[in-house]
Design a protein around this ligand. Structure first.
Ligand code: AMP
Ligand code: GLY
Length: 428
């Protein structure tokens, strides 16, 4: 089988390594891939945003199956176009990908179908939004409607900060057209959990739960990033919470999308906050999370391609999906300065023997030498029988990898390890 994978970060590397485990897989083409993915797949310099060229490329090769991994091509309709030329795909079509592509759509869906989420108002002009802010409680959360590379959410502590955010998004268009509409929502508190799930629109199978670490500095301080590390399973997500989420959030979401004529097939990501009043949806993503995929996929025991094809064919309920009972930790090695300005082009040195796995997020291969090429450079993942050991192994391996301006958080997994061990997870 020949497979096309759209995307080129750590998440795609984790997906491709997993697909390679299936002996039926011959060629994998990655658009654009990266210097690490090139060890497992043929990489071609086609942008994930260039749907026309992706389709042209797919026509020119004998592609049996495609996996569209990032949000932008999904929201732009890459799956629709590939399916039009007869290539089955993993990923939602454009009508379903809107669940991530428009926060206004997602909020209205949740309101209409009673799915728990933060209270909110929608605005399509800054004057109304600014007037509303005068009497709204603080802190408040301001979100650009469309995609904004993970940066479109601002938590405002003061009225001034809130007004500045509205002006920046709606008037100065800091996120372009994505800021034509905004959501202003209630500020919630509680532990956050990422639950990625496989769904074919009928069945839904949640993967092992995980926890992202979004801020750049230790102690969840500093700017938001794409994610500086992750752990799985998430000890805050108990069996009882999982059952409640299935009843109150997961099944109602699948059913709501069906009723709206927007059946979702692919990986549906639930960003949840476990509040005092129960679990609530912070965000939906229409794809695997990054770095969450880098801890969840290494724990997957069932063949990924088999699951993906069952999702596309609408026979997910025929598959028994198993995760190992182990824990995983992924530490992101970034370029100093990220998520703002940083330099690239530095040689990366990696030891020959690895006690763990390296997912390449942003590196190019320069005549066989790996060089840094973006903000999040490597994801260093270790699995072990308990979280404490997985964290230690991931940090031991991270210390052995060298490149100029290497930056990492030193507390990935700390919050999870502080959770009182209930005997099943956390401390060894
Ligand atoms: P998002 O880009 O939607 O993932 O949001 C980024 C982060 O902002 C989330 O992971 C939360 O930590 C935070 N956030 C988003 N919405 C809320 C909310 N209503 N209350 C509190 N924090 C929020
Ligand atoms: N790690 C959060 C995301 O992938 O959106």
């Amino acid at each position: 089988m020949n497979i096309l994978v759209v995307g080129g970060g750590g998440r795609e590397h984790a997906i491709i390594k997993k697909l390679r485990e299936n002996p039926k897989v011959d060629k994998i083409f990655a658009l654009p891939g990266n210097g690490g993915i090139a060890l497992q797949a043929q990489c071609l310099p086609i942008s994930p945003l260039d749907i026309k060229s992706i389709v042209e490329f797919a026509k020119s090769e004998d592609i049996d199956y495609a996996v569209v991994a990032p949000d932008d091509p999904l929201v732009l309709g890459a799956v629709d176009e590939l399916e039009k030329i007869g290539i089955p795909c993993f990923g939602p079509d454009k009508r379903a990908a809107i669940i991530e592509g428009s926060k206004v759509f997602a909020k209205k869906l949740m309101k209409k179908y009673n799915i728990p989420t933060a209270a909110y108002e929608v605005f399509d002009n800054s004057a109304d939004a600014l007037e509303y802010l005068e009497n709204s409680p603080l802190p408040c959360v301001i979100k650009a409607d469309g995609l904004a590379a993970g940066k479109g959410v601002i938590i405002a502590q003061t009225l001034n900060e809130a007004k500045t955010a509205v002006c920046s998004i709606m008037e100065e268009k800091s996120f372009g057209e994505s800021g034509n509409r905004i959501v202003i929502e209630e500020f919630l508190t509680g532990p956050e959990v990422s639950v990625l799930s496989f769904t074919d629109g009928k069945a839904i199978v949640p993967m092992v739960s995980s926890m992202d670490h979004k801020r750049i500095l230790d102690g969840d301080k500093g700017l938001n990033t794409g994610g500086m590390g992750a752990i799985a399973p998430n000890p805050f997500y108990t069996e009882e919470t999982a059952q409640r989420c299935m009843r109150e959030i997961f099944l109602p979401t699948i059913s709501a999308m069906n009723i709206e004529g927007r059946t979702f097939k692919g990986c549906l990501y639930f960003g949840l906050m476990l509040t005092k009043n129960g679990p609530k949806v912070i965000e939906y993503n229409c794809r695997f999370g990054d770095p969450e995929a880098q801890v969840v996929l290494p724990l997957l025991k069932t063949d990924l391609l088999t699951i993906m094809r069952a999702v596309s064919d609408g026979r997910l309920s025929d598959i028994d999906i198993q995760f190992s009972g182990d824990a995983a930790c992924c530490v992101i090695l970034a370029s100093k300065g990220y998520p703002l300005k940083y330099a690239t082009g530095y040689t990366i040195s990696i030891p020959k023997v690895l006690d763990g796995e390296i997912f390449i997020g942003g590196a190019v291969s320069d005549g066989g030498i790996l060089r840094t090429s973006s903000g999040r450079v490597l994801g260093i993942t270790a699995t072990a029988s308990c979280l404490e050991k997985a964290v230690r192994k991931a940090y031991d391996l991270s210390a052995k990898i060298a490149f100029k301006d290497k930056y990492l958080r030193s507390d990935i997994g700390k919050k999870a390890l502080e959770v009182k061990a209930d005997g099943s997870q956390g401390l060894c």
